[in-house]
Design a binder for this molecule. Sequence first.
Ligand code: HGY
Ligand code: MN
Ligand code: MN
Length: 413
Amino acid sequence: MTAEIENNLKDYIKTLSTYTSTEEGVTRVVYSEEDEHAKHYIKQKMFDLQLEITEDEIGNIFGIWKGTNPSLKSFWTGSHIDAPTHGGKYDGVVGVISALEAIHHLKQEGMQPERDIVVVVFAAEEPTKFGIGCLGSKVLTGKVEKEELKNFRDSNGHSLDEILKKAGKKIDEIPYQKLQPERIHSFLELHIEQGPILERKNIDIGIVDVIAAPTEMNVIIYGEQRHAGSTPMDERKDPYPAAAEAALALEELTKSVSSSSVGTIGNISVTPGTSNVIPSHVEFSVDIRDTTTVKKDKIVTCLLEKIRDITSARGLTYSYTIQSNDTPSKMDEQGVEKLKNLCEKLGYKSYVMNSGAYHDAMVLASCVRANLLFVPSYKGISHAPSEHTDIIHLIKGTKVLIDYMKTECFNQA
Ligand code: HGY
Ligand code: MN
Ligand code: MN
């Protein structure tokens, strides 16, 4: 059993990591050629497992192992396969391949579930393309309105509508709130921790109780474009130092509110972006997260007040848009207990913890019983080329998933 699971998981990871637009790490932006190749490969694997395969108009893929009792609610499991720029091989991928490998293993044991087992590959979990995370699961659960989608533009100004058309999809046919919570028993996502705790504590499996959620913003600070050489320092309206002050304010605010608060400026652009020109404006992303809405909103409010004060003191103006403002989500308590017991039975050390990263389980938890399992990340590194998880941990995570499926989907008389 173990040797075969190991070989299959290694094959999945090796093959999927070839679908990338960069040599350095894995870059697989949603709706890109690489993303389509990866989705085609996963659909092929679903076909080989004789699953019923569907894909919705935003690009979520569903591989269904039909159960014998259609009156039972279905069990959902899965994650995403899009990857951030110069990301790693494991983020999201682990949840999809372990689900498919679990099904492969159970089929080999000649088992047949009573309830449907649905493997979901959520589209656009990463915010790379449109600045909003978990787009696929948010559309599925009705968290993003149809009209909103029509306003989506990527950094090149291309609309979601155009991009979907190129991928052979029609925005108007996107099924809104397609997910019927009353038809779903539960959702379980296996994911890499993307942090250092499990490795540091030498724990096999992380069982998540709360997922921190992001507020994702875009801020523009406007100054006055002038000559870098002939403009005296006291006559400048330079937006860049103001942005730098805002970055330091963000760092100070997140450190002061709580140990679970985080704030990141991951993307900044300077216009016109020439070395001898004082910029006309500076645009930057802000990603603020915490495990409670109160703490997160406090940071957002204080940061915007700071930016207001910094810009007015410098005679500058600013604007901002909020791309997404997600709610931190509690995982299903019953599921946490079940997973703890399963790990104990398997002889794996488990640890209940929160998740600093968000996941599709965060979105699903708003309408179905959702749980999230972690396997350790090497040195806690993720969203980077050196992201790595030892195969033994992937095997253990897959075995927990196999046993969870056995308890939840088989012999449900
Ligand atoms: O950013 C996140 O937390 C996720 O990895 N996309
Ligand atoms: Mn990610
Ligand atoms: Mn992920």
